[in-house]
Design a protein. Structure first.
Length: 236
């Protein structure tokens, strides 16, 4: 009986590895694809909605495009200091708040409406640029190309359906797309916090490395602490 268990143990290990890989890929893909799909819809949607807003379409688009420069500069200052998750979640929350303000501010306060729209464009630009950094960091080495490919494809799908979504909803109420965008991006800000923080961490090479991303920093602290205690014991 013991020999039979030992001989068949590789089957159990193989099955367990496949199950772990399936759960990991599925959970990570659902959360990350949702985040990437949302960012694509919001980015394209705010641009399209700017074209149907009241006012000078060319100046409005020019003003909203200018905020992409400070968005990139803010990422340069925050990604390696604050981290990916909190910066991404804060940018999502800023986008959602800006969409709500833009939707409910009356047209007579054009300067306030335009300012909120520009802040929304800046926030979703930060989210979209963070995606380019986070994409290759979350997946293990042998799945990285495939994972980024699938997420990029669904990101493009979001950009395809966005114009139909904006124009159809705007026929019901002009500001309805902004309300829906705000709800989606606020939910997305919570999903972002479920992803592992990759600041200062090595890229995962295997499924096991990717599963242990949340515990990597804690394990490193324990190893350093044990090394210090061992060194002190040796000196005594």
């Amino acid at each position: 009986m013991f020999n039979l268990v030992c001989e068949d143990s590789w089957k159990l290990d193989l099955f367990q590895s496949c199950v772990n890989a399936g759960f990991f890929i599925g959970s990570l893909s659902i959360g990350y694809i949702a985040d990437r799909f949302t960012s694509s819809v919001l980015y394209q949607g705010l641009i399209v909605h700017m074209g149907i807003a009241t006012g000078n379409m060319y100046l409005d688009f020019f003003y909203s495009a200018l905020v992409e420069f400070p968005a990139a500069f803010m990422l340069m200052l925050t990604l390696d200091r604050i981290g990916r998750r909190y910066t991404w979640a804060a940018a999502n929350m800023m986008t959602g708040a800006a969409c709500l303000v833009t939707a409910f501010v009356p047209g007579s306060l054009y300067w306030l409406k335009m300012t909120a729209a520009c802040l929304g464009r800046m926030g979703i630009t930060m989210c979209y640029e963070i995606i380019c950094v986070v994409s290759p960091e979350l997946y293990p080495t042998f799945l990285r190309n495939l994972g980024v490919l699938v997420c990029s494809s669904l990101c493009d799908l979001g950009g395809i359906i966005t114009p139909f979504l904006v124009y159809r909803l705007a026929e019901l109420w002009h500001e309805l797309p902004l309300i829906i965008f705000a709800v989606i991006v606020l939910i997305d800000s919570g999903l972002v916090l479920l992803l592992p923080e990759m600041k200062g961490k090595a890229l995962p090479e295997t499924i096991e490395d990717a599963e242990n991303l949340h515990r990597q920093e804690r394990s490193k602290e324990k190893v350093i602490y044990l090394h210090i205690l061992t060194s002190e014991a040796t000196l005594k």
